[in-house]
Design a protein around this ligand. Structure first.
Ligand SMILES: C[S@@+](CC[C@H](N)C(=O)[O-])C[C@H]1O[C@@H](n2cnc3c(N)ncnc32)[C@H](O)[C@@H]1O
Length: 399
């Protein structure tokens, strides 16, 4: 575990206990209660459907309709909904109480501990409605709300909440996704030696920093529309001695020249965008990539690759967790999205990848050489072993 930094408030004993409880509750609902719901599907709901219809349920919505009236689904949904609200309720009071201290510590860290990175905010940037019109995954105030001058509250809450939300499954530095995705590229494509890397929709940069580690000679940029998370992320990067250029910018209108990056990366970003903005971001990624450069997105796997039950299970968030674009994104053909942005089908890549943080590099390397598989461990937090999903494309050298 990393040493505590001035960006982390000290919880009271009750607050620490509440945080630990909610983390355990999240783990319980996503493992034990989820397993009970699956058992009901396998032993009762699906056989009943098959007896009536003469076939198995065909897709996620059909499974959803079948499971909705069951006690197991209702219990799972009730506990999971409450646990989601409790994630934020378990960290906000601690941040609120110490906000003045965190804000000034963050300012000091940005100004006095600079390690070669930077922070550029754009107060005139219009924050898009996918952020402002909904408390995304029920985070009060979404990503963008500010409560003081130079405020980092949204970042401080996100940084603490992610630990509770993921019940430790993102690793001690909350960066397993970035570690996995950056090291996959480093090991799989050793000839790619990026000089400039861009992370879009970076939030506080949890998954940006592993790119600095994987490619120490690269200049790493990270953009987001929300100012508080960027201020926090910039200060946090300095506490870890990693240089990142954070900028407040919309990924659908990148303020970078054509052909100026070797890698454009995103994680857990596209499912929070309306389809037109997914297309806008991908087109911008194509534009700012150099020929031979790589677009690489960590995301939820597409519904077309998953079984009906897994599609239903993963799409729960779209119906019950204030993630209005989640299912719409997962219903897309990712290859078509990338092709429409300008990449060729031959340059498309995708992979399901075990978690880098939780294994040796030799085991990771051996695992990524095996053919990819999609199953209930793909894209889902599972203490027994998640596989993250990534897709993207190289930009053709003739483009
Ligand atoms: C789920 S978070 C991404 C998490 C982050 N990439 C990580 O791996 O920790 C989505 C982020 O996208 C940002 N965002 C939403 N729409 C955006 C847009 N059009 N351009 C840039 N950032 C955007 C939000 O402010 C939020 O910080």
């Amino acid at each position: 575990m990393n040493a505590k930094t001035p960006l982390e408030p000290t919880p009271t004993r009750d607050e620490a206990a509440r945080k630990a409880f909610v983390s355990t509750l999240r783990r319980h609902v996503l493992t034990d209660i989820a397993a009970r719901m699956r058992q009901n599907y396998d032993e009762v709901a699906r056989p009943g459907f098959e007896a009536r219809e003469g076939r198995a349920p065909g897709d996620g919505p059909e499974v959803h309709k079948l499971m909705k009236p069951t006690r197991e689904f209702r219990f799972y949904s009730a506990v999971r909904s409450n646990a989601q609200e409790m994630v934020f309720a378990s960290v906000i009071p601690t941040v609120e109480r110490e906000l003045d201290n965190i804000n000034s510590a963050a300012k000091e860290l940005r100004e006095e501990t600079a390690v070669g990175g930077s922070l550029t905010l754009d107060p005139d940037l219009e924050i898009p409605r996918n952020v402002t019109d909904v408390d995304v995954h029920r985070a009060p105030g979404s990503y963008h709300s500010e409560y003081a001058d130079d405020d980092v509250a949204a970042g401080a809450v996100y940084d603490r909440a992610i630990d509770v939300f993921a019940f430790g499954q993102f690793g001690a530095n909350h960066d397993d996704v970035g570690q996995t995705m950056a090291n996959y590229i480093r090991l799989k494509y050793p000839d790619l030696r990026p000089g400039r890397i861009l992370d879009c929709g970076c939030t506080v940069g949890h998954n940006t920093l592993p790119w600095v580690e994987a490619y120490p000679d690269a200049e790493v940029h990270a953009i987001d529309v929300a100012p508080g998370v960027l201020r926090f992320g910039s200060a946090r990067a300095n506490t870890q001695g990693r240089a990142v250029h954070f900028k407040q910018m919309n990924a659908t209108a990148l303020d970078y020249p054509d052909a100026s990056f070797d890698v454009v990366y995103s994680s857990m970003f596209l499912h929070e965008l309306p389809l037109k903005d997914i297309r806008g971001y991908l087109a911008e990624a194509f534009r700012v990539l150099k020929p031979g450069g790589l677009l690489w997105n960590m995301e939820l796997p597409p519904n077309s690759a998953m079984g009906a039950y897994e599609s239903f299970y993963l799409d729960w968030d779209s119906y019950y967790n204030s993630e209005p674009f989640y299912k719409g994104f997962r219903d897309q053909d990712y290859r078509e999205l990338v092709r429409t942005a300008g990449f060729t089908d031959a340059d498309f890549i995708e992979a399901t990848i075990p978690r880098y943080t939780f294994m040796s590099e030799a085991d990771f390397k051996a695992a990524i050489d095996k053919p990819m598989t999609f199953d209930s461990q793909t894209g889902r937090m599972d203490p027994k072993g998640t596989r993250w999903y990534g897709f993207g494309a190289f930009k053709s050298t003739s483009a």
